[in-house]
Design a protein around this ligand. Structure first.
Ligand SMILES: Cc1ncc(COP(=O)(O)O)c(C=O)c1O
Length: 372
């Protein structure tokens, strides 16, 4: 393999299967949200075991809609993990509420609910755990904490399609959960989000919020205020084809993960990510903790291999620097900082072939061999 090749960290697996589903949409002339969206939602409900699966235009707005539907807004506080993609906290801000930062666990990198008690005030209304990097937060402990303190749980399972915890799909433990189908996710519609809930009333409120405040299209008397966060049947077509591929994608990602682990296990500097034994993870990204992340990723970039750093801790985000809109910015976040500093995600696409993976492994070994 030449040093000029480009091995992406992640890319979707799109082919004739998506084209066939898209052809159904084109033939039907319903490009907007219609029958294929209902079919896609039904498939998601089946895969996740959720009573309702409601598609909206993206995962960020899906979180926002859940918060609004639960009546969370200005004056309310929502506990979020300090290490996540920024959309988690920004969706809280969009709802007018205040994100409160909670440190993560050292092992799973997900919200450490044992620290959440210190963050409670009379304004706390919800916990928003994130199931990060294809793992699960401790959904059971978080549920118990929320019940004890009369809080809602909205699970950010944007990265979690296919992930289970104690035998149950993530996103189905709390009042509601959110999946994302952005282009880099395990399966994609380009853009797209789905809200999961078992609650009839909440499902109705969510649907109204995404559909101009009404229960069905074509009515022009609006009892409540809503917006347009509709999905499209074009996205649904791609999503349906992708869902049919999900078992194959999950299996291949596991193989890729297991091979990285197997062939890099003797590198002391390269530590695999812990998986909670109660969790059935999805190796959306295969990630490691290691020293010299910046040097390693720049070396690999030079060899045509793309890697990705971990999310930047929220308490250090420049956009929150004025410390007014997010609470808890000055707490001790040594764990988030260390995980960010050491985390790296390797090429993990379904389409990564054996020769490319050998090349990636070989180059990582070469980097560390040069350091001793
Ligand atoms: C943890 C997390 N939350 C929320 C989002 C937002 O989803 P979307 O990109 O579909 O808006 C993403 C990813 O994109 C994510 O990784």
């Amino acid at each position: 393999m030449s040093a000029t090749c480009t091995i992406p960290q992640i890319e979707p697996w799109i082919n004739e299967a998506e084209m066939r589903e898209l052809r159904r949409v084109i033939d039907s002339t319903f490009l907007v949200e219609h029958d294929l969206t209902r079919e896609f939602e039904g498939m998601i409900a089946h895969v996740t075991g959720s009573k309702y699966a409601i598609a909206v235009c993206n995962g960020t707005l899906a979180i926002f809609v859940c918060l609004k539907a639960l009546g969370i807004g200005p004056g309310d506080e929502v506990i979020v993990p300090n290490l996540t993609f920024i959309a988690t906290a920004n969706a809280v801000l969009l709802a007018g509420a205040t994100p409160v930062l909670c440190e993560i666990r050292e092992d799973t990198f997900c919200l450490d609910v044992s620290r959440a008690g210190e963050l409670l005030t009379e304004r706390t209304r919800a916990v928003l755990p994130v199931h990060l990097y294809g793992q699960s937060a401790d959904a059971i402990a978080i549920g118990e904490f929320a019940r004890r303190h009369d809080l809602k749980v909205i699970e950010d399972a944007a990265q979690g399609v296919g992930v289970k915890f104690a035998g149950r799909h993530v996103g189905t433990f709390g009042e509601s959960g959110v999946l994302s189908f952005y282009g880099n996710k395990t399966i994609t519609c380009g853009e797209g989000g789905v809200i999961l809930t078992h609650d009839d009333e909440l499902a109705r409120a969510v649907y109204r919020l995404k559909n101009h405040g009404r229960d069905q299209k074509g009515l022009f008397i609006h009892d409540s205020i809503g917006f347009n966060f509709a999905f499209t049947d074009l996205q649904a077509a791609v999503g349906i084809a992708q869902l049919k591929k999900l078992p194959a994608i999950l299996g291949r990602k596991r193989e890729i993960h297991d091979r990285y682990l197997d062939e890099l296990q003797d590198l002391e500097e390269f530590r695999p990510v812990f998986v909670d034994p109660r969790c059935e993870p999805v190796f959306w990204f295969t990630s490691f903790l290691c020293g010299e992340v910046e040097e390693l990723s720049s070396f690999l970039r030079g060899q045509g291999i793309q890697t990705r750093r971990f999310f930047y801790p929220l308490h250090q985000q420049p956009c929150y620097a004025d410390r007014k809109i997010v609470r808890g910015m000055d707490a001790d976040f040594r764990i988030s900082e260390a995980v960010y500093r050491q985390g790296i995600s390797l090429p993990s696409s379904y389409r990564l072939n054996a020769e490319e993976q050998s090349f990636v492994i070989g180059q990582i070994r070469r980097f560390y061999a040069g350091r001793v």
